[in-house]
Ligand binder design. Structure first.
Ligand code: FES
Ligand SMILES: [Fe+2]
Length: 345
């Protein structure tokens, strides 16, 4: 089961030029994501109501000033609202006596902001906007990477937020070494549909943080359904790391990392080098959860310990509280209370 009544990250805006479309799988359903010739993004259930072929195997065309999706099988056309706009095999007389707009493939609410395309999942109309990335204004990401983990979204989420794995899975000279492990104490508090590691000066055990110079200040927010944003402020400048963990289906999760910055040191580093670093990093997480699957296949009992797994516990209680609010139609009560967590990493 998936959480509903939420915006899920779908794709990066830069993946679609006007007139282009792609097929994605989100929450176990096929979605055609497209950018119309007018530049507007739309999303349809990627299944032709006629005989079920993926609409995304067809093409986008412009008709009467509107963007339409043409099914490759029998040429039925659908508007960006999902309503049928034409059936070529009908005679003129047949066309006149049929209300084609009753034939429909579901269309989803979409929102594009800050270079991110969000798709709403829920039966009701969305009552709010997707997560807004602070500090960056209307900027779009300068760098991004996408990876698929072969695991349920819960393992991807708790694997990425877990502080205790860093010294093991991500052990490398430019980030952490075993010797750099030390005791940490971080203050957390609730934020909208999530929690945050409150602004603090990060540990000096990372070479990358040292590179950024003068006392960076970091805040890391996690929000449902699975968005983690790391804000690094260095004097007046910023580096922001956005991570979306989106369920593709029950056994697959897509991880998208997008970086925003206006810090000059980041612009000095070649993009290819930054991307390589990111890919190594996410690759280490991916290899870990993929290896974990071999154990999970035997359905073992698992443990979450204090304090290093408390964020994972919060994630599960946030999910529960969200489900409850959706089911009962009552306001969501954030179960997270301000707390200091301590661990070694
Ligand atoms: S299957 Fe799409 S038009 Fe026939
Ligand atoms: Fe990790």
């Amino acid at each position: 089961m998936y959480l509903s009544g939420l915006w899920y990250f779908g794709a990066l805006g830069e993946q679609l030029k006007p007139g282009q479309h792609l097929n994605i799988e989100l929450l176990g359903q096929p979605i055609l994501l497209a950018r119309g010739f007018d530049g507007e993004v739309f999303a349809l259930r990627d299944i032709c109501p006629h005989r079920g072929i993926l609409l995304s195997t067809g093409r986008l065309l412009e008709k009467d000033g509107q963007t339409q999706v043409e099914c490759p099988y029998h040429g039925w056309r659908f508007g960006s609202d999902g309503k049928c706009a034409g059936i070529p095999s009908l005679t003129k007389q047949q066309s006149l006596t049929r209300d084609l707009s009753k034939i429909k493939t579901k269309n989803f609410h979409v929102c594009e902001q800050q270079g991110l395309i969000w798709i709403y999942q829920g039966d009701e109309k969305p009552t709010d906007k997707p997560i807004w990335v602070d500090l960056v204004g209307a900027a779009t990401p300068k760098l991004s990477t996408t990876t698929v983990f072969n695991c349920h979204v819960d393992h991807a989420v708790i694997g990425l937020m877990d502080p205790a794995h860093i010294a093991y899975i991500h052990r490398q000279w430019w980030w952490r070494t075993e010797k750099s492990m030390h005791e940490k104490s971080k203050n957390f508090g609730p934020v909208e549909r999530g929690f945050t590691m409150l602004p603090h000066t990060p540990s000096s055990n990372s070479f990358l943080y040292r590179l950024l110079g003068a006392k960076p200040e970091t805040e890391i927010r996690f929000q449902l359904p699975g968005v983690r944003v790391e804000y690094i402020k260095i004097a007046e400048k910023y580096v922001v790391g956005f991570t979306a963990i989106t369920p593709v289906n029950e056994d697959k999760s897509q991880i998208t990392i997008a970086l925003y910055w206006d810090h000059p040191v980041m612009s000095l580093l070649p993009n290819a080098l930054l991307r390589k670093g990111l890919d190594i990093f996410v690759g280490q997480d991916r290899d870990a959860v993929n290896a974990q699957q071999k154990g999970l296949a035997y359905n073992p009992k698992l443990m979450l310990i204090h304090d290093s797994d408390v964020q994972a516990k919060w994630y599960f209680s946030l999910k529960k509280a969200w489900e409850l609010s959706q089911k009962s139609g009552t306001a969501f009560q954030n179960p997270v209370k301000p707390k200091t967590l301590e661990w070694r990493s």
